[in-house]
Design a protein around this ligand. Structure first.
Ligand code: PLP
Length: 365
């Protein structure tokens, strides 16, 4: 990214007709094409946004358009979604759109029977929002079968949206093989820059806000050409290497889980997670350490050079762990839980060093 900073095609406004603008437009469209291919999407379905939060918000609030026109709307979702979905449910309800929550099981995914019931009970629901990979527990939802269930509902057409941030570059998929209407992605989870994301839209929707009509009107505002080009670079690198990285991460995660299970004071969350377990992303682990509050563990590990967190960075400051509660974890256990995540450069040596660090911290508490 640093090497690219003085690229001449990064300076023009892609919507301007002069040569600098045309160069920027060419760079932006090339980035879009690379992202379209890497996501396995069809041409004309990729819109750049400022991140996944904005992509999620654009789609959720698009319901208000129909609502204002008198067409009944409703959202079905789960309590384990990222805050950029769950926190937008209150304003939606405030504006008159009912939100219904489908139960999740102890593995962390939506329960298919519960989804079926919710779909039949709330026949006015027009949107279903289900994340693919959970950012706190790593749970991979059985999206294909949940989508199949949802599509079998008679009546109102259902818009199916998925927050796929934690799947990108980690769990292989092709959007054109998934029967979804929209999805959200973020560059900074795959080594790209912060402040750029993607909204995938199988077909354009009526969005709530207007501007200069950029991004087909789906996300007006001057485009972030450098961000899009660097997202494209990251998406290509990460998706090309994802199968090999996934195998490495799975071996590393199995090793970490086994090492942590040997510590009497450690609880893997959820406890049913196995060392080798395809229901979870091998890049994310939630674990609790008895008698050590999660925030203390985060700070103690930070002092030893490890960056872990409690919950998602987007809910820093909140002591609540709604995602853990939703999968049946008590407040007391959740209080001592931390999220450990791997990058594609994480090696076995890093994991051994982490395990040693945790042992040292536990010996002091
Ligand atoms: N959704 C999930 C699952 C995430 O993990 C994140 C990032 O933390 C987001 C959405 C928000 O993405 P962004 O930071 O690009 O707005």
């Amino acid at each position: 990214m640093l090497k690219d900073l003085d690229r001449p095609d990064f300076f023009g406004n892609p919507s301007s007709g002069h040569s600098e603008g045309r160069a920027a437009r060419a760079a932006l469209e090339e980035a879009r094409l690379i992202c379209t291919e890497a996501l396995g999407a069809d041409e004309g379905t990729i819109y750049f946004t400022s991140g996944a939060t904005e992509a999620n918000a654009i789609i959720l609030f698009s319901m208000l358009y129909g609502h204002a026109a008198g067409v009944k709307q409703g959202l079905i979702t789960t309590a384990v979604e990222h805050p950029s979905i769950t926190k937008n449910c209150a304003p939606l309800e405030h504006m008159g759109i009912p939100v219904h929550y489908v139960d999740v099981d102890r593995f962390g995914g939506a329960v298919p029977d519960a989804l079926e019931k919710a779909l039949h009970k709330h026949t006015d629901a027009t949107m279903l929002a289900l994340m693919y990979v959970n950012n706190e527990t790593g749970a991979i939802s059985d999206l294909p079968s949940l989508i199949k269930t949802a599509r079998q509902r008679d009546g109102k057409p259902l818009h199916i949206h998925s927050d796929m941030v934690q799947a990108l570059g980690k769990i292989p998929f092709a959007l054109r093989d998934m029967d979804i209407d929209s999805a959200a992605f973020s560059a900074h989870k795959i080594g790209g820059p912060r402040g750029i994301g993607i909204l995938y839209l199988r077909k354009p929707v009526q969005t709530l806000y207007r501007g200069g009509g950029q991004e087909g009107g789906m996300r007006p505002g001057t485009e972030n050409t450098p961000g899009a080009c660097h997202f494209a670079k990251a998406i290509r690198l990460r998706t090309e290497a994802q199968t090999k990285s996934l195998q490495e991460a799975a071996a590393n995660m199995a090793y970490l889980i086994e090492a942590l299970r040997e510590m009497k004071r450690c609880t893997i969350i959820p406890e049913c997670r196995q060392a080798v377990d395809e229901r979870y992303s091998p890049y994310i682990l939630q674990a609790a350490f008895r008698d050590v509050p999660g925030e203390i563990m985060v700070r103690a590990l930070d002092d030893l050079g490890f960056a872990v967190s409690t919950g998602s960075a987007c809910s820093t400051g909140s002591k609540k762990r709604p995602v853990l509660n939703a999968i049946g974890i008590s407040d007391a256990l959740a209080f001592t839980a931390v999220r450990i995540s791997f990058g594609w450069t994480t090696k076995l040596d890093d994991i051994n060093a982490l395990v040693d660090a945790v042992r040292r911290i536990l010996s002091k508490f």
